[in-house]
Each structure stands twice: as C-alpha cells, then as structure tokens.
Design a protein around this ligand. Structure first.
Ligand SMILES: C[S@@+](CC[C@H](N)C(=O)[O-])C[C@H]1O[C@@H](n2cnc3c(N)ncnc32)[C@H](O)[C@@H]1O
Length: 202
C-alpha cells in the first residue's frame, strides 16, 4: 500500500477517502488567513490539492509548490497549473534566494517524513523564506498520551518514519522560531487520527 501511494491517483483517492479536503479547508480558514495577492510557498505540495482551498481572489494568491516527486508534480500541473507554479526541488539556500520571500509557508504532512537534522534545516530555510510578519504552518500526525491503540497503529504505519510527540515537534521548531503555537485536532480525517498543527512566526 505504501508504494502504491507514490502513484498520484492512488494518493488523491486515499486523500478523498480520508476526507483530505476537510483538513486543507480547516487550515485555510483557521490558520492560513491568506490575503489577496499573498505569496504562498507550499513545501512538499504533493498533487497540489491545497490550491482547491485557497481563495480565488483578485489579485490572485501567488502560489509556489515544491515537491521531490515528479509524478505528484505532473498531476499538480495537470490539475492546477493555471493557478500556481510547481517545481521539482528541495528547499535549499539557493531555492530560497531564487524564489524570494513569502507571506505564508506551508509544510503539510512533511515534517514527519524528515529526521531531526533535516527538519531543523527545513525550519531554518522556511524562516528565511518568510517576509516580516509571515508565518510557517505545519500539519503532521502526532503521538499523544491516552491515544487509542488504533490511532497509534495508524501513525506507526504511516509512510513518514518520524511521527513525533508534540514536545518533540515543538522543540525542533522553537530552536528556530521565536513564537510557536501548537494545536491538536482529533477529527480532521475520516479515519481515527490525532493531528498537530503548528503556527510558527520568527
Ligand atoms: C504526505 S505527502 C503531503 C502532500 C501534500 N502536502 C498534502 O497535504 O496532500 C508528503 C509530501 O512531501 C514530499 N516530500 C518529502 N520530502 C520532501 C522534501 N525534502 N522536500 C520537498 N518535498 C518532500 C513527498 O514527495 C510528498 O509529496
């Protein structure tokens, strides 16, 4: 199943079955607060479905999606190529210099794929990519106390090998961002889940 998820249509089908639009909408409405004309960087954008939930404003939101998967990006360009740009790139100091600064940086479902060193590096680069007043928003599965065995089992079965506890995620982000707020949600997906949203400001 994990290797099947590398196929964009299987990933999109799984997201649909798990009610993926709901968490994206929740993020867009409650945490992102994107204004017309804002620049949004979506690191690990996958098949680009976040664009479904960003406002179609005038002037339009200027969206840049980065991902390592050429197959996901091909699907993203096919569906949303007219609304944003997509690049098969990792976030590096050179990428940050090339793309300039953003009002919002997103990393949804990404940090739990990264070990501590890679996550720390990503937080550094995301901070550099933010304009003054900008914020990084992350969303990942999280281990909590009193969690059902089923949620723990599903989190341990995730493709990402670095699902953490709230203090562990927060500790990594706090080393780099001055303000880190965390929110735990239990009902974002159709399957049992516990999800951590972090809002990080320099
Ligand atoms: C769980 S998916 C989330 C996709 C999308 N953000 C969403 O919410 O549907 C994680 C994504 O991160 C991408 N990814 C993993 N490591 C990455 C890295 N170092 N830089 C950019 N993307 C990465 C994967 O290719 C995958 O598309």
């Amino acid at each position: 199943m994990k290797s099947l998820l590398a196929l964009p249509w299987v990933y999109d089908l799984a997201q649909y079955a798990m009610r993926g639009t709901r968490y994206r909408r929740h993020l867009a409405e409650c945490y992102l607060r994107v204004a017309p004309g804002d620049r949004v960087l979506d690191i690990g954008c996958g098949t680009g479905a976040m664009l479904e939930c960003l406002p179609q404003s005038v002037p339009p939101v200027r969206y840049v999606g980065l991902d390592m998967s050429p197959d996901y990006l091909a699907a993203a360009r096919r569906h949303y190529g007219s609304r944003g740009e997509f690049h098969c790139l990792e976030l590096t100091p050179a990428t940050v210099a090339d793309f300039g600064q953003f009002d919002q940086v997103l990393a949804m479902g990404l940090i739990h794929h990264l070990d501590d060193a890679a996550a720390t590096n990503l937080f550094h680069l995301a901070r550099q990519a933010l304009r003054p007043g900008g914020r990084l928003i992350t969303l990942d599965g999280v281990f909590t106390e009193n969690q059902s065995w089923l949620v723990r089992f599903l989190l341990k079965s995730d493709r990402g090998e670095y699902v953490r506890t709230e203090p562990a995620y927060r500790g990594l982000a706090s080393g780099i961002f001055g303000q880190v707020q965390t929110f735990v949600a239990h009902d974002l997906f159709r399957i049992p889940d516990t999800t951590l949203i972090m809002e990080c400001a320099p």
